[in-house]
Design a protein around this ligand. Structure first.
Ligand code: PLP
Length: 447
């Protein structure tokens, strides 16, 4: 049937016109387009004479017209082009790159795509090496940046870097991260968990400067601007690190895979600190949270790799994931989800702090926007982690229909989606409150 359709179109000269219209496509994608058009019945209807070819041609050079029939052909053409035609994939990828460049902080104008955060991190590391001519990195213990060799090397979690998989990338230096409630540099936090800057004088940022200075040839500092644990950087930390990077010729790579696109109540977490990275990596939410697409955004000056293939993944130009990302960004903007996350986060953190005042089990409440943490301790002075209580509350909450993640054994990491309503958040926190009450009462009874 299809062969007959194609022969018929060829005989009438229409197939040649059609192929000419797809002249920018590689032969493979021409065939794919024809197959798609055939599946959609378009070729059959052309052969039947039901659709004049000049109308179809308008899809390639649309000057619209206004008939419903034409519009529906255009619609279908757009869908086919997006899903089956390689030029459509390139076009969507271009729109997406432009959109990301437009919304990102500073002058991050060059974009490469990958199918996951780990791969996008590998691209970032390669760009930093090529652009600086250096290979060393400086990153933070306890961070996670992905599962590839490069990402695991800059990551600081034992689970992903120790044992049989070694050795990892040479030159991957680490320092202790900011973690004001449990400062690894030994400085006590204020009672509300905030840093005592008078005393600590940003030891954590000074250590970054110290290592950059001692090494002298670090390509990049790699970090999450807002740690996913979730720890917020002390005020001034990122400005100080940015300064140190600039003074020592190191690039600053921000991994915003979990925080980018609104999670912390700003489109990008680094905007809270008014610090612009040289490279910014996005993933997770970019594909609406369900489709695999990630991106590495770089300053234009870093585009020095020429024809070198930093990524070149089969699906980096995938039209479905590109479309998903564009639609995701559209929804985030149209529905004001960043502002919503900021508002909801302030409300939720207030409520959690109010719970902290009632439950001694809560040692710290921290976070920004919809990236929140509640750290459980059995004693507020010693800060001994209350892992059993954390587990008990976790299962009680699951029984009541509320799910969240526990990090480090005793930190509830609450990261609800941007579309969570005020009512849903209130109900979730009410469940958490009940569970804290229940576990606190049973602990008091036992004591
Ligand atoms: C901070 C951070 N970086 C990188 C990654 C890796 O992303 P992916 O799982 O898409 O490879 C993750 C994933 O959880 C992450 O949280």
């Amino acid at each position: 049937m299809r062969a007959k359709t194609l022969t018929e179109l060829w005989r009438r000269g229409q197939l040649r016109l059609l192929l000419r219209a797809t002249r920018l496509a590689t032969p493979y994608y021409r065939v794919a387009w024809l197959a798609a058009a055939s599946r959609a019945g378009l070729l059959q209807r052309l052969a039947d004479g039901a659709v004049p070819l000049d109308r179809l041609a308008l899809y390639f050079a649309p000057d619209a017209g206004d008939s419903d029939g034409l519009r529906s052909w255009l619609d279908m053409g757009v869908q086919l082009r997006e899903l089956e035609h390689r030029n459509g994939a390139y076009a969507l990828r271009g729109f997406l790159a432009r959109k990301l460049a437009e919304i990102s902080p500073g002058s991050l104008e060059k974009v490469l795509f990958a199918t996951g955060g780990s791969d996008a991190m590998e691209i970032a590391l390669k760009v930093a090496r090529v652009a600086t001519g250096r290979f060393k990195t400086l990153s933070f213990w306890d961070a996670f940046h992905g599962a590839g060799f490069g990402a695991a090397s800059v990551g600081g979690e034992q689970l992903f870097r120790s044992g049989a998989i070694g050795p990892l990338l040479p030159g991957s230096e680490h320092v202790a991260p900011f973690a004001c409630y449990r400062c690894p540099y030994g400085h006590p936090a204020l009672r509300d968990g905030q840093p005592d800057l008078e005393r600590c004088r940003l030891s954590c940022a000074n250590m970054v400067r110290y290592v950059l200075e001692r090494e002298g040839d670090v390509a990049a500092v790699v970090a999450e601007p807002n740690r996913a644990v979730p720890y917020v950087a002390p005020p001034g930390f990122w400005r100080e690190v940015r300064r140190a990077c600039d003074e020592h010729g190191a690039l600053l790579i921000f991994d915003e895979i979990p925080t980018g696109l609104g999670k912390t109540g700003r489109m990008f977490a680094c905007e809270h600190d008014e610090v612009e990275p040289d490279i910014l990596v996005l993933g997770k939410a970019l594909g609406g949270g369900i489709l695999p697409i990630a991106a590495t955004l770089c300053r234009a000056e870093l585009d020095v790799g020429g024809a070198y293939a930093f990524g070149h993944y089969t699906h980096e130009k995938n039209p479905v994931t590109s479309r998903a990302a564009l639609t995701t960004l559209e929804i985030i903007e149209d529905e004001g989800l960043v502002e919503h996350a900021a508002m909801l986060g302030v409300r939720a953190l207030d409520r959690l702090r109010e719970m902290k005042a009632r439950y001694p089990l809560i040692g710290d409440v921290r976070g920004r926007g919809l990236l929140m943490g509640v750290e459980l301790v059995s004693d507020r002075d010693s800060k001994a982690p209350a892992e059993d209580a954390a587990e008990a509350i976790y299962y009680l909450a699951l029984d009541r229909g509320l799910s969240f993640k526990i990090s480090m054994g005793n930190v509830f990491t609450l990261t609800p989606p941007l579309v969570t309503s005020v009512d849903e958040m209130d109900r979730a926190l009410a469940i958490l409150d009940e569970c804290f009450a229940e576990v606190s009462v049973s602990a008091a009874t036992k004591a």
